[in-house]
Design a protein around this ligand. Sequence first.
Ligand code: C5J
Length: 225
Amino acid sequence: MISIDAEPFPFELDLAATALVVIDMQRDFIEPGGFGAPRGNDVSGGAAIVPTVRRLLGGARTAGLTIIHTRECHRPDLSDCPPTKRDRGAPSLRIGDVGPLGRVLIAGEPGAEIVPELCPLDGEHVIDKPGKGAFHATGLGDLLAGKGITQLIFAGVTTEVCVQTTMREANDRGFECLLAEDATESYFPAFKQATLDMIRAQGAIVGWTATTPVIAAALTGGTVP
Ligand code: C5J
């Protein structure tokens, strides 16, 4: 066990039973013209955390962790996209519309790809998910069970939507969840802060938070990746 200096109290990490889950670091969420920007969001914060997520990935790769990348995206025929999801609000581009990054949030389109700096390596898992939570309508639960994973480290975007939803799904399934607080971002700074606070409140009711340098150093035995 490795003790990680986390909030609200140390996280006891079992390397053999831990996976890193990088949520939705896709061009559609962190580049102009994808899913986020047409909803009036400033997407620059997502791009700003890419080096930090890369550092966390480096630590996880050095430690030999199971690594999972998720992508929020839909089938080209939208058969896995509830009309309520596509139709809600008044964005200038809806899911499936053609934009500067191809069809928005559609599997196989440029915008649905993970940014090149965080490109999955051979042997890492990529989970395409139609929902905000990564357990909904995916094989993630079976994948983790098959590997004996009981602890999850989280990074990615956006903090209060897909990251938090997946952490809550995982928590309810019995996983211990640690969020890398500087390797996640929201379009709304107040929502990010509120999410960090609510996750670790009430004695880690959803999970723990810690910084990437602390997690990466713990994963690599003190060396900074
Ligand atoms: C959103 C996500 N924000 N990946 N998706 O709709 O958080």
